[in-house]
Design a protein around this ligand. Structure first.
Ligand code: BTN
Length: 248
């Protein structure tokens, strides 16, 4: 087992991302998991923050050192979403959806977010910092708009330790498949849970908005969009939004 070879638990930290990066740059082995009860400056995708009341969420960063070409990291990002969905489903028996690239939804509301930060070197990938935040016992009144928690959905106070155990197991499984070049089944799992397939969507990429129909993802994890003017494009990154949206 790689994921969870070493655990570091902290009460409060600005962001687990920073602590893990520090450890990674000083030679920590892959599989290290840093878990915090509270983050005072949690970070989300696209420069957003990530808020979680202390003691209510599973907040962790996991160190991976995949010996792969950097262009395979898009797939790894999707597979982390599969691992989070799998961990939630096996701990709670609720069904999750995945919104490209890797937001985890329950009934259209976000229950978990994933932030991947990678550092490259001359040989390829030096390390990947996989940040995961799961809203576990967050009460409804403390959730941000369009978010939910496992407590709100199930009425049960799921243990964050149990969720972490389950997460390490499922992440280890998809990571092994990824490293053995056999992530086809995990990609199928992603597609089975995919939200918004076939819908009219917008993708905002570096301030530019593309609109069209969301066709799915290719085997490199790219989003396939049939644009309103009939072109088929494959997008590596961007924010996927439901429905048309005016450019600003
Ligand atoms: C998103 O915007 O959806 C990604 C959110 C990622 C949040 C997690 S919480 C643990 C780790 N530390 C952070 O500061 N961010 C990630």
């Amino acid at each position: 087992m790689i994921v969870g070879r070493e655990f570091v638990r902290v009460d409060s930290v600005p962001s687990t991302m920073d602590l893990l990066t520090e450890r990674a740059t000083t030679g920590a082995e892959e599989g290290l998991v840093i878990v915090a009860d509270e983050q005072t400056a949690g970070r989300g995708r696209a420069g957003h923050g990530w808020e979680a009341p202390p003691g209510t969420s599973l907040l962790c960063s996991i160190l991976l050192r995949p010996n792969v070409k950097p262009d395979r990291l898009g797939v790894l990002g999707l597979l982390v979403g599969v691992a989070v969905a799998d961990a939630i489903e096996s701990t709670t028996s609720v069904q999750c959806q995945l919104k490209w690239p890797n937001d985890v939804w329950i009934d259209g509301l976000k229950v978990a977010g994933i932030l991947l930060q990678s550092r490259l070197n001359a040989a390829g990938v030096d390390f990947v910092n996989v940040g995961i935040g799961i809203n576990v016992t967050t009460p409804e009144a403390q959730l941000v708009p369009a978010a939910t928690s496992l407590f709100v959905v199930t009425g049960q106070a799921i243990s964050r330790d149990e969720m972490l155990d389950s997460l390490c197991g499922s992440l280890d499984r998809v990571y092994n498949d990824f490293m053995e070049n056999s992530s086809g089944d995990s990609m199928c799992e992603w597609r089975q849970r995919a939200a918004l397939i076939g819908e009219n969507v917008s993708v905002v990429q570096d301030g530019v908005t593309l609109t069209g129909r969301f066709l799915g993802v290719d085997d490199d994890g790219k989003l396939l969009l049939e644009t309103d003017d009939g072109h088929r494009v494959a997008l590596v990154q961007g924010d996927l939004l439901m429905g048309p949206r005016q450019s600003q």
